[in-house]
Design a protein around this ligand. Structure first.
Ligand code: 3IX
Length: 230
């Protein structure tokens, strides 16, 4: 069974590995669902975006601890050949590397396919501290890269960050909620140019702005193309 994005409300996607009989599904936990560490501000913003998903304008993007679990359709099976069982078990996406809820990266992404836009609701926890009481700039770079990267992945398929340029305008208080808003500006051959703004929920504070260049790695179809075929 393959679903993308998953339609179930429990956030659990069932998939089968090619080397495993179909009676042995793998359950991947979706981390982009509310948990008890989410503040009221995070919950309100999440509900607002869920509401905007109802007419199909926006799509909630599930978040798993391993990048291969994000790849739908044929590419998913192909990717399994490229990654051993051991690698699957022993690796984790960097922003999903902490088990305790609320201490690290709490985030959820939403995609607007027609605008080629990905937003991320981000609540940085206490283990992301840089300056006292504020998020480390590296954690801000990580969430920007992940949001922009997911946006580029949606539009172009397998990509890598070639350049990421960030201007830090105002520090992000730990435990606050910010909106990371990214979009594809231009695609030229293998090059995908994107931009991003990180703002407070009320839009009054600009925390950071960024531009990025991603390079498409191969000729696989974009996730957008794959989704429209399903
Ligand atoms: C429904 C939607 C679902 C969306 C979500 C789905 C999935 C999400 C999945 C998982 C989510 C997880 C994370 C999100 C995704 C990503 C975030 C993390 C991304 C990273 O954390 S990634 C690690 C850091 N990243 C690197 O570790 C890159 C090291 N690097 C290289 O691996 C190579 O460098 C490479 C591949 C970049 C290029 O190498 P290459 O050999 O393929 O290509 P080449 O060098 O020929 O460049 C081709 C043309 O780009 C120009 N060019 C290249 N680099 C440039 C630069 N820096 N500035 C200006 N121009 C540049 C050249 O000048 C040439 O231009 P021209 O063709 O005009 O001459």
């Amino acid at each position: 069974v393959e679903e993308f994005p998953p339609s179930g409300s429990n956030g659990v996607t069932l998939r089968c590995r090619s080397r495993v009989k179909s009676s042995c599904p793998i359950q991947s936990k979706d981390y982009a669902l509310p948990n008890s560490s989410w503040s009221q501000g995070m919950m309100d913003l999440y509900s607002r975006f869920l509401e905007m998903c109802k007419d199909g304008t926006w799509k909630r993007i599930p978040s798993y601890s391993n990048s291969v679990d994000h790849i739908p359709g044929k590419a998913f099976w192909e990717s399994l050949k490229l990654m051993s069982e051991k690698e699957r078990k022993d690796t984790r996406l960097f922003p999903r590397n902490m088990d305790t809820e609320g201490v690290g990266f709490e985030y959820a992404m939403f995609l607007n396919p027609s605008e080629k836009r990905m937003v991320c609701l981000f609540q940085p926890g206490p283990y992301l501290e840089g300056p006292s009481g504020f998020a480390h700039g590296g954690s801000t770079a990580t969430i920007i890269d992940s949001t922009i990267g997911s946006c580029a992945t949606f539009v172009a398929g397998r990509v890598m960050t070639a350049n990421l340029s960030i201007n830090y305008r105002n520090p992000i208080p730990l435990g606050s909620v910010v909106l990371v808003d990214s979009k594809v500006d231009q695609v030229e051959g293998r090059k995908v140019f994107l931009s991003c703004h990180v703002r407070s929920i009320d839009g009054q504070t600009l925390h950071a702005e960024a531009t990025a260049l991603f390079i498409r790695l191969d000729s696989t179809k974009s996730l957008q193309q794959q989704m429209s075929c399903q």
